[in-house]
Design a protein around this ligand. Sequence first.
Ligand SMILES: [Ca+2]
Length: 326
Amino acid sequence: MRCLVAVCLALFTLEVSSLRCPTNWKLFENNCYMYSTQEKTFWDASEYCQAQQFTASEGIESSSELTSVHSSSENAFLFSLEPSKTFYIGMYRESKNDDFKWLDGTKKDYVSWAPNQPDSNSQHVAVMWDYTKTLWDNQADTTSLSFVCKTGADKCLQSVGEGNGCRRGWPIKDRGNPDSSGWTMVSPDQKFSCSGQVTKWTYYSKSTASFRAIVFRQIDGSETEFKIIGINDIPSSKSDTEVTYIVPESERITVEPGDVIGWSFGESVITYNIAGDVKVRWVGGSLYAGLTTGQTIDINTGVDGREYSIEAQVGDENGRKLFFFK
Ligand SMILES: [Ca+2]
C-alpha cells in the first residue's frame, strides 16, 4: 500500500483557515462525523467514540462521542451517511420516567421522533431508523448496530497516530529510484497547515550521505523564489532504510502555515517515485554547501512530478505532536 499522493495533497492545499477532519471523518458545518460500519451495543459504541483521540491546533486534545443532533439539516446529513440502515445516535434516558438527553452534554434543542415514538418503557436509547428514514425510534441499548461519532472540527484536526492517513501508506516497499546527486528541491504545493516547530523528520535514505532537510517560505508574487526559514543537517548513518531524526530542541525550525518542505543533498541519498501530480521544483549545481538560513534562492532549473519519501512532524514548544506533513 502506498500513500495516495492526490489524497495527501488535497489535505494540505486547503485554505489555511478552513476546518478539516481526520481521514475517514466527514465535515458538516463545524463538526466532523464518522459513520462506523462496526456494529456495537449503544454503550460500547459510546466507548468506541470516546476512545478516538485527536490533536488540533494549539495542541488541544479531544475525543468524540456518539453524535448529537441539533437541526433538521444536521439530521439529514446524518441520515445521508447510511440511508439504508438503522444506526445509533447519542440520545439516551436513564429510565422510563426520565427525559432523553444527549451523551455529549449539549442542549436538547431538536428532536426527530417518528410518530408514536418514543414508546416502550424498556427502550432507552435513540436510533436513526431505516424504517422511517430521517425519523428516530427509541430502542433497547443491547442491539449491535452501526453508529456515528462526532467531534468538533479544527483547522488542524487529525487522529492521534494517524498522520493524516498518509503515515499508513509510507512507501517503504515502493521506494522507487535513488535520485542523482547535487540537487536542492522544494515542493511548493505541499504546505504546512499549522504553526509550530519541526520536531522530527522521517525520510527514506538510499545511502549514508548527509541529508539537509529545509523549510522554505515562498516569496510573495514569485513562482520560483524561496527564502530558507531553517535547515536541519541530518548526519545519516543508515542506508536503504527509513531514517528518523528527532530534532534537538536548539535546532527546531519554527514554521508558519503556508511554509513548504524542501531538502538538499550533495550525494545521492534519497529516493523518489514518479508521481505526475506532485510538482517538485529543483535547482542543481553546488548550492548544497552554501545554503544558509535567511537566504533567498531562485529554484528555477526545472519542475518535475515526483514523490519523495520525506515527512516532517510539527509539534508545539513542548514537542507535542500537532500534525504530520508529508
Ligand atoms: Ca420504540
